[in-house]
Ligand binder design. Structure first.
Ligand code: KE4
Length: 425
Protein backbone atom coordinates (compact mmCIF):
# COMPACT_ATOMS: atom_id res chain seq x y z
CA UNK A 1 0.00 0.00 0.00
CA UNK A 2 1.46 3.38 -1.01
CA UNK A 3 1.78 5.70 1.92
CA UNK A 4 0.95 9.37 1.72
CA UNK A 5 4.64 10.14 2.30
CA UNK A 6 5.50 8.10 -0.81
CA UNK A 7 2.79 9.79 -2.88
CA UNK A 8 3.95 13.24 -1.79
CA UNK A 9 7.61 12.35 -2.41
CA UNK A 10 6.76 11.23 -5.96
CA UNK A 11 4.82 14.44 -6.59
CA UNK A 12 7.54 16.60 -5.03
CA UNK A 13 10.21 15.10 -7.28
CA UNK A 14 8.33 16.33 -10.35
CA UNK A 15 8.89 19.99 -9.53
CA UNK A 16 11.63 20.16 -6.87
CA UNK A 17 15.11 18.64 -7.40
CA UNK A 18 15.08 15.30 -5.52
CA UNK A 19 11.79 16.48 -4.01
CA UNK A 20 13.48 18.60 -1.35
CA UNK A 21 14.67 22.13 -0.76
CA UNK A 22 17.87 21.03 0.95
CA UNK A 23 19.82 17.90 -0.04
CA UNK A 24 20.13 16.07 3.29
CA UNK A 25 16.31 15.94 3.54
CA UNK A 26 16.10 13.55 0.57
CA UNK A 27 17.30 10.59 2.69
CA UNK A 28 19.94 9.68 0.08
CA UNK A 29 22.48 9.02 2.83
CA UNK A 30 20.19 6.52 4.58
CA UNK A 31 17.85 5.41 1.77
CA UNK A 32 14.09 5.19 1.81
CA UNK A 33 11.30 7.76 1.69
CA UNK A 34 11.49 10.83 3.92
CA UNK A 35 8.43 11.56 6.05
CA UNK A 36 6.56 14.66 4.92
CA UNK A 37 5.70 16.43 8.16
CA UNK A 38 2.47 18.26 8.76
CA UNK A 39 2.70 19.57 12.30
CA UNK A 40 4.90 19.66 15.37
CA UNK A 41 4.55 20.31 19.07
CA UNK A 42 7.13 20.14 21.84
CA UNK A 43 9.39 17.11 21.18
CA UNK A 44 7.05 15.63 18.58
CA UNK A 45 6.44 15.67 14.83
CA UNK A 46 3.50 14.18 12.92
CA UNK A 47 3.89 13.08 9.30
CA UNK A 48 1.42 12.99 6.42
CA UNK A 49 0.37 9.48 7.45
CA UNK A 50 -0.46 10.71 10.92
CA UNK A 51 2.51 8.93 12.49
CA UNK A 52 4.09 10.60 15.53
CA UNK A 53 7.87 10.83 16.02
CA UNK A 54 10.12 11.94 18.82
CA UNK A 55 12.25 14.59 17.07
CA UNK A 56 16.04 14.67 17.53
CA UNK A 57 16.70 16.88 14.49
CA UNK A 58 14.85 19.97 15.72
CA UNK A 59 15.01 21.54 12.24
CA UNK A 60 18.83 21.04 12.44
CA UNK A 61 19.19 23.06 15.64
CA UNK A 62 16.72 25.97 15.86
CA UNK A 63 14.02 24.21 17.88
CA UNK A 64 15.92 24.30 21.18
CA UNK A 65 12.73 25.26 23.09
CA UNK A 66 10.78 22.46 21.44
CA UNK A 67 8.34 22.93 18.59
CA UNK A 68 5.60 25.59 18.61
CA UNK A 69 6.50 27.03 21.99
CA UNK A 70 3.36 29.06 22.87
CA UNK A 71 5.29 32.25 23.68
CA UNK A 72 7.25 32.07 20.42
CA UNK A 73 4.13 31.41 18.36
CA UNK A 74 2.35 34.27 20.11
CA UNK A 75 5.26 36.67 19.41
CA UNK A 76 5.27 35.65 15.74
CA UNK A 77 1.50 36.06 15.41
CA UNK A 78 1.59 39.50 17.04
CA UNK A 79 4.47 40.64 14.82
CA UNK A 80 2.83 39.27 11.67
CA UNK A 81 -0.41 41.09 12.49
CA UNK A 82 1.54 44.38 12.60
CA UNK A 83 3.62 43.86 9.46
CA UNK A 84 5.24 41.05 7.49
CA UNK A 85 8.17 43.14 6.30
CA UNK A 86 9.31 46.75 6.05
CA UNK A 87 12.74 46.70 4.44
CA UNK A 88 13.45 49.50 6.90
CA UNK A 89 14.86 49.72 10.43
CA UNK A 90 12.76 48.58 13.38
CA UNK A 91 13.22 48.65 17.15
CA UNK A 92 13.01 44.87 17.37
CA UNK A 93 16.22 44.55 15.32
CA UNK A 94 17.99 46.73 17.89
CA UNK A 95 16.65 44.51 20.67
CA UNK A 96 17.93 41.34 18.95
CA UNK A 97 21.32 42.93 18.27
CA UNK A 98 21.55 44.01 21.91
CA UNK A 99 20.58 40.54 23.12
CA UNK A 100 23.25 38.87 20.96
CA UNK A 101 25.93 41.32 22.12
CA UNK A 102 24.94 40.80 25.76
CA UNK A 103 25.01 37.01 25.53
CA UNK A 104 28.22 36.94 23.42
CA UNK A 105 30.43 39.82 24.66
CA UNK A 106 33.00 39.25 21.88
CA UNK A 107 30.29 40.57 19.55
CA UNK A 108 30.44 44.36 19.82
CA UNK A 109 28.41 44.97 16.66
CA UNK A 110 26.26 42.60 14.62
CA UNK A 111 24.51 42.56 11.23
CA UNK A 112 21.42 40.38 10.79
CA UNK A 113 20.96 38.33 7.61
CA UNK A 114 18.56 35.52 6.60
CA UNK A 115 20.63 32.34 6.80
CA UNK A 116 23.83 30.85 8.16
CA UNK A 117 25.23 30.77 4.64
CA UNK A 118 24.73 34.51 4.26
CA UNK A 119 26.39 35.02 7.64
CA UNK A 120 29.54 33.04 6.81
CA UNK A 121 29.75 34.33 3.24
CA UNK A 122 29.60 37.90 4.54
CA UNK A 123 32.07 37.22 7.36
CA UNK A 124 34.61 35.80 4.89
CA UNK A 125 34.23 38.83 2.60
CA UNK A 126 34.57 41.15 5.60
CA UNK A 127 37.73 39.39 6.77
CA UNK A 128 39.24 39.68 3.29
CA UNK A 129 38.21 43.34 3.04
CA UNK A 130 39.53 44.13 6.52
CA UNK A 131 42.93 42.45 6.01
CA UNK A 132 43.37 43.03 2.27
CA UNK A 133 44.33 39.36 2.04
CA UNK A 134 42.74 36.58 -0.03
CA UNK A 135 43.58 33.19 1.53
CA UNK A 136 41.10 31.60 3.94
CA UNK A 137 41.58 28.50 6.09
CA UNK A 138 38.87 25.96 6.87
CA UNK A 139 38.84 22.35 8.08
CA UNK A 140 37.78 19.25 6.22
CA UNK A 141 34.42 18.01 7.48
CA UNK A 142 33.38 21.42 8.74
CA UNK A 143 30.38 22.88 6.89
CA UNK A 144 29.74 26.59 6.80
CA UNK A 145 26.89 26.83 4.28
CA UNK A 146 27.13 26.82 0.51
CA UNK A 147 29.09 29.97 -0.44
CA UNK A 148 31.65 29.16 -3.16
CA UNK A 149 34.75 29.72 -1.03
CA UNK A 150 33.44 27.37 1.62
CA UNK A 151 32.34 24.48 -0.61
CA UNK A 152 35.88 23.29 -0.73
CA UNK A 153 37.68 20.28 0.59
CA UNK A 154 40.99 18.85 -0.27
CA UNK A 155 43.19 16.02 0.32
CA UNK A 156 43.51 17.51 3.74
CA UNK A 157 46.92 18.40 4.97
CA UNK A 158 48.89 21.54 5.58
CA UNK A 159 49.37 23.91 2.68
CA UNK A 160 47.06 21.86 0.49
CA UNK A 161 45.14 23.89 -2.03
CA UNK A 162 41.42 23.43 -1.91
CA UNK A 163 39.60 21.47 -4.57
CA UNK A 164 35.97 22.29 -5.31
CA UNK A 165 33.62 19.86 -3.56
CA UNK A 166 30.80 21.15 -5.73
CA UNK A 167 30.41 21.65 -9.46
CA UNK A 168 30.17 25.30 -10.35
CA UNK A 169 32.89 26.46 -7.98
CA UNK A 170 35.72 27.84 -10.14
CA UNK A 171 39.08 26.25 -9.29
CA UNK A 172 40.49 29.76 -9.02
CA UNK A 173 38.10 30.42 -6.12
CA UNK A 174 38.71 27.05 -4.46
CA UNK A 175 42.45 27.59 -4.70
CA UNK A 176 42.12 30.48 -2.24
CA UNK A 177 40.82 28.12 0.44
CA UNK A 178 43.35 26.10 2.43
CA UNK A 179 41.82 22.98 3.98
CA UNK A 180 43.39 21.52 7.12
CA UNK A 181 42.52 18.63 9.41
CA UNK A 182 40.26 19.50 12.33
CA UNK A 183 42.17 19.17 15.64
CA UNK A 184 45.57 19.04 13.93
CA UNK A 185 47.57 21.72 15.73
CA UNK A 186 50.81 20.89 13.93
CA UNK A 187 49.21 21.69 10.56
CA UNK A 188 48.01 25.07 11.86
CA UNK A 189 51.48 26.00 13.07
CA UNK A 190 53.08 24.92 9.79
CA UNK A 191 50.48 26.66 7.61
CA UNK A 192 50.80 29.97 9.42
CA UNK A 193 54.61 29.71 9.50
CA UNK A 194 54.62 29.29 5.74
CA UNK A 195 51.77 31.55 4.66
CA UNK A 196 50.62 33.58 7.67
CA UNK A 197 50.93 36.99 6.01
CA UNK A 198 48.59 35.86 3.18
CA UNK A 199 45.82 34.49 5.42
CA UNK A 200 42.71 36.70 5.77
CA UNK A 201 40.90 34.42 8.20
CA UNK A 202 40.37 31.03 9.70
CA UNK A 203 36.77 29.85 9.91
CA UNK A 204 35.98 26.92 12.16
CA UNK A 205 33.06 25.23 13.84
CA UNK A 206 34.38 25.40 17.43
CA UNK A 207 32.53 22.15 18.04
CA UNK A 208 32.17 20.34 14.73
CA UNK A 209 28.57 19.30 14.10
CA UNK A 210 28.61 18.60 10.37
CA UNK A 211 30.84 15.55 10.34
CA UNK A 212 28.76 14.12 13.17
CA UNK A 213 29.82 15.67 16.51
CA UNK A 214 33.57 16.12 17.02
CA UNK A 215 34.86 18.04 20.05
CA UNK A 216 37.83 20.41 19.83
CA UNK A 217 41.01 18.74 21.11
CA UNK A 218 42.72 20.49 24.03
CA UNK A 219 44.73 23.39 22.64
CA UNK A 220 43.18 23.31 19.16
CA UNK A 221 41.09 26.45 19.48
CA UNK A 222 43.86 28.18 21.47
CA UNK A 223 46.29 27.44 18.65
CA UNK A 224 43.93 29.05 16.15
CA UNK A 225 43.55 32.11 18.37
CA UNK A 226 47.30 32.49 18.94
CA UNK A 227 48.24 32.05 15.27
CA UNK A 228 45.54 34.40 14.01
CA UNK A 229 46.62 37.05 16.54
CA UNK A 230 50.29 36.64 15.72
CA UNK A 231 49.76 36.92 11.96
CA UNK A 232 46.95 39.48 11.86
CA UNK A 233 44.39 37.00 10.53
CA UNK A 234 40.71 37.16 11.55
CA UNK A 235 39.46 34.24 13.68
CA UNK A 236 35.86 33.45 12.76
CA UNK A 237 33.98 31.04 15.02
CA UNK A 238 31.07 29.66 13.06
CA UNK A 239 28.51 29.24 15.85
CA UNK A 240 25.51 28.83 13.57
CA UNK A 241 24.95 25.43 15.19
CA UNK A 242 26.75 25.75 18.54
CA UNK A 243 25.51 29.25 19.40
CA UNK A 244 23.27 29.25 22.49
CA UNK A 245 23.30 25.42 22.33
CA UNK A 246 26.61 24.19 23.75
CA UNK A 247 26.29 26.98 26.32
CA UNK A 248 24.18 30.12 26.58
CA UNK A 249 27.18 32.13 25.34
CA UNK A 250 28.04 29.50 22.74
CA UNK A 251 31.24 27.48 22.32
CA UNK A 252 33.28 30.67 22.80
CA UNK A 253 31.96 30.84 26.37
CA UNK A 254 32.32 27.11 26.99
CA UNK A 255 35.94 26.98 25.78
CA UNK A 256 36.99 30.53 26.70
CA UNK A 257 38.02 31.60 23.20
CA UNK A 258 37.52 35.19 22.04
CA UNK A 259 37.00 35.26 18.25
CA UNK A 260 37.30 38.37 16.09
CA UNK A 261 34.04 37.50 14.30
CA UNK A 262 31.21 35.09 15.09
CA UNK A 263 28.58 33.77 12.72
CA UNK A 264 25.15 32.76 13.99
CA UNK A 265 21.89 31.28 12.73
CA UNK A 266 19.34 28.60 13.63
CA UNK A 267 18.50 29.31 17.31
CA UNK A 268 18.54 33.11 16.84
CA UNK A 269 15.62 32.77 14.45
CA UNK A 270 13.69 30.32 16.62
CA UNK A 271 12.84 28.38 13.46
CA UNK A 272 12.39 31.40 11.18
CA UNK A 273 15.05 32.67 8.74
CA UNK A 274 17.65 34.61 10.72
CA UNK A 275 21.43 34.56 10.48
CA UNK A 276 23.96 37.04 11.82
CA UNK A 277 27.63 37.93 11.74
CA UNK A 278 29.28 40.17 14.28
CA UNK A 279 32.34 40.84 16.35
CA UNK A 280 34.99 43.49 16.90
CA UNK A 281 33.72 47.00 16.28
CA UNK A 282 36.82 47.97 14.27
CA UNK A 283 36.14 45.10 11.85
CA UNK A 284 32.34 45.48 11.70
CA UNK A 285 32.74 49.17 10.85
CA UNK A 286 34.23 48.10 7.52
CA UNK A 287 30.78 46.88 6.43
CA UNK A 288 28.70 49.04 4.08
CA UNK A 289 27.52 51.69 4.28
CA UNK A 290 30.10 52.56 6.97
CA UNK A 291 32.98 50.93 5.15
CA UNK A 292 34.05 49.46 1.80
CA UNK A 293 32.85 45.85 2.24
CA UNK A 294 29.45 45.50 0.63
CA UNK A 295 26.71 43.33 2.12
CA UNK A 296 22.91 43.69 1.97
CA UNK A 297 19.61 41.80 2.20
CA UNK A 298 15.97 42.52 1.40
CA UNK A 299 14.67 40.51 4.34
CA UNK A 300 17.57 41.03 6.74
CA UNK A 301 16.12 41.74 10.18
CA UNK A 302 12.64 40.73 9.06
CA UNK A 303 10.32 41.72 11.92
CA UNK A 304 8.43 38.39 12.10
CA UNK A 305 11.64 36.33 12.10
CA UNK A 306 13.24 38.69 14.62
CA UNK A 307 10.20 38.31 16.89
CA UNK A 308 10.70 34.52 16.89
CA UNK A 309 14.40 34.91 17.61
CA UNK A 310 13.91 37.43 20.40
CA UNK A 311 11.26 35.31 22.11
CA UNK A 312 13.54 32.27 21.86
CA UNK A 313 16.61 33.98 23.31
CA UNK A 314 14.56 35.44 26.16
CA UNK A 315 13.28 31.97 27.10
CA UNK A 316 16.78 30.46 26.78
CA UNK A 317 18.25 33.05 29.12
CA UNK A 318 16.58 31.71 32.24
CA UNK A 319 18.37 30.19 35.26
CA UNK A 320 18.97 26.46 34.98
CA UNK A 321 17.86 26.15 31.37
CA UNK A 322 21.22 24.99 30.00
CA UNK A 323 21.85 22.62 32.89
CA UNK A 324 18.43 20.99 32.46
CA UNK A 325 18.67 20.52 28.70
CA UNK A 326 22.27 19.27 28.91
CA UNK A 327 21.13 16.77 31.53
CA UNK A 328 18.52 15.37 29.16
CA UNK A 329 21.10 14.98 26.37
CA UNK A 330 23.42 13.22 28.79
CA UNK A 331 20.66 10.86 29.97
CA UNK A 332 19.95 9.97 26.34
CA UNK A 333 23.61 9.28 25.61
CA UNK A 334 24.20 7.19 28.74
CA UNK A 335 21.04 5.19 28.07
CA UNK A 336 21.99 4.47 24.46
CA UNK A 337 25.48 3.38 25.47
CA UNK A 338 23.98 1.01 28.07
CA UNK A 339 21.55 -0.50 25.53
CA UNK A 340 24.36 -0.98 22.98
CA UNK A 341 26.58 -2.61 25.58
CA UNK A 342 23.76 -5.00 26.62
CA UNK A 343 23.31 -5.91 22.93
CA UNK A 344 27.04 -6.32 22.39
CA UNK A 345 27.11 -3.65 19.67
CA UNK A 346 30.25 -1.57 18.99
CA UNK A 347 28.87 1.89 19.68
CA UNK A 348 29.87 5.15 21.34
CA UNK A 349 28.17 8.47 21.93
CA UNK A 350 28.79 11.86 23.48
CA UNK A 351 26.99 15.12 24.10
CA UNK A 352 27.95 18.75 24.62
CA UNK A 353 25.18 21.00 25.85
CA UNK A 354 22.05 19.92 23.98
CA UNK A 355 23.93 18.53 20.95
CA UNK A 356 24.91 14.89 20.71
CA UNK A 357 26.76 12.45 18.46
CA UNK A 358 26.11 8.72 17.95
CA UNK A 359 28.88 6.55 16.43
CA UNK A 360 29.09 2.92 15.40
CA UNK A 361 32.71 2.93 16.49
CA UNK A 362 34.24 1.93 19.83
CA UNK A 363 35.13 5.48 20.91
CA UNK A 364 33.97 8.92 19.74
CA UNK A 365 35.98 10.19 16.75
CA UNK A 366 38.41 13.06 17.28
CA UNK A 367 39.08 13.77 13.59
CA UNK A 368 37.47 13.62 10.16
CA UNK A 369 39.49 10.50 9.35
CA UNK A 370 38.14 8.76 12.46
CA UNK A 371 34.59 9.81 11.60
CA UNK A 372 35.07 8.06 8.26
CA UNK A 373 35.89 4.86 10.15
CA UNK A 374 32.39 4.77 11.70
CA UNK A 375 30.17 1.94 10.39
CA UNK A 376 27.82 3.94 8.16
CA UNK A 377 25.81 0.90 7.07
CA UNK A 378 25.19 -0.07 10.70
CA UNK A 379 24.03 3.49 11.40
CA UNK A 380 21.65 3.42 8.45
CA UNK A 381 20.08 0.18 9.68
CA UNK A 382 19.79 1.65 13.19
CA UNK A 383 18.31 4.84 11.76
CA UNK A 384 15.52 3.01 9.92
CA UNK A 385 14.63 0.74 12.82
CA UNK A 386 14.38 3.79 15.06
CA UNK A 387 12.30 5.63 12.43
CA UNK A 388 9.90 2.69 12.21
CA UNK A 389 9.53 2.90 15.99
CA UNK A 390 8.75 6.62 15.90
CA UNK A 391 12.18 8.08 16.65
CA UNK A 392 13.40 10.66 14.11
CA UNK A 393 17.19 10.92 14.09
CA UNK A 394 19.21 12.99 11.61
CA UNK A 395 19.11 11.05 8.29
CA UNK A 396 22.89 10.83 8.00
CA UNK A 397 25.76 9.28 9.93
CA UNK A 398 27.55 12.60 9.53
CA UNK A 399 25.14 14.86 11.38
CA UNK A 400 24.79 15.81 15.03
CA UNK A 401 21.55 15.33 16.96
CA UNK A 402 19.67 17.78 19.18
CA UNK A 403 17.40 17.59 22.19
CA UNK A 404 14.99 20.35 23.18
CA UNK A 405 13.71 21.70 26.47
CA UNK A 406 10.55 19.65 25.95
CA UNK A 407 12.34 16.27 25.79
CA UNK A 408 11.80 14.57 29.18
CA UNK A 409 12.05 11.12 30.74
CA UNK A 410 8.98 9.94 28.82
CA UNK A 411 10.68 10.67 25.50
CA UNK A 412 14.06 9.34 26.63
CA UNK A 413 12.53 6.09 27.94
CA UNK A 414 10.59 5.61 24.69
CA UNK A 415 13.75 6.29 22.68
CA UNK A 416 15.76 3.76 24.70
CA UNK A 417 12.99 1.15 24.29
CA UNK A 418 13.20 1.64 20.51
CA UNK A 419 17.01 1.50 20.65
CA UNK A 420 16.83 -1.81 22.55
CA UNK A 421 15.13 -3.25 19.47
CA UNK A 422 17.27 -1.35 16.97
CA UNK A 423 20.56 -2.57 18.46
CA UNK A 424 19.32 -6.14 18.12
CA UNK A 425 18.22 -5.72 14.50
P1 KE4 B 1 22.12 27.72 6.58
O1 KE4 B 1 22.52 28.49 5.34
O2 KE4 B 1 21.71 26.27 6.26
O3 KE4 B 1 21.11 28.46 7.44
O4 KE4 B 1 23.41 27.61 7.54
C1 KE4 B 1 24.58 27.03 7.01
C2 KE4 B 1 25.43 26.53 8.16
C3 KE4 B 1 26.53 27.29 8.55
N1 KE4 B 1 27.32 26.89 9.56
C4 KE4 B 1 27.06 25.75 10.24
C5 KE4 B 1 27.97 25.35 11.38
C6 KE4 B 1 25.94 24.94 9.90
O5 KE4 B 1 25.70 23.80 10.59
C7 KE4 B 1 25.11 25.34 8.84
C8 KE4 B 1 23.92 24.51 8.39
N2 KE4 B 1 23.80 23.23 9.00
C9 KE4 B 1 23.08 22.20 8.23
C10 KE4 B 1 22.98 20.97 9.13
N3 KE4 B 1 24.12 20.16 9.07
C11 KE4 B 1 21.75 22.66 7.77
C12 KE4 B 1 20.86 21.55 7.24
C13 KE4 B 1 20.77 21.59 5.75
O6 KE4 B 1 21.77 21.90 5.08
O7 KE4 B 1 19.66 21.29 5.26
Amino acid sequence: MTTRNETLFERARQRIPAGVNSPVRAFRAVGGTPPFFERASGPHLWDADGKRYIDYVGSWGPMVLGHTHPQVVEAVQAAAARALSFGAPTESEIELAEAICRLMPSVEMVRLVSSGTEATMSAIRLARGHTGRNLIVKFEGCYHGHADSLLVKAGSGALTFGNPSSAGVPPEIAALTLVLDFNNIDQIEKTFAARGPEIACVIVEPVAGNMNLVLPAPGFLDSLRENCSRHGAVLILDEVMTGFRVALGGAQARYGIKPDLTTLGKVIGGGLPVGAFGGKREIMEKIAPLGPVYQAGTLSGNPVAVAAGLATLKLLDTPGFQEKISGVADALIQGLKNEAQKAGVVFSAQSVGSMFGLYFRAVPPTSFAEVMQCDKDRFNKFFHTMLERGVYLAPSAYEAGFVSATHGTTEIDATLAAAREAFKA
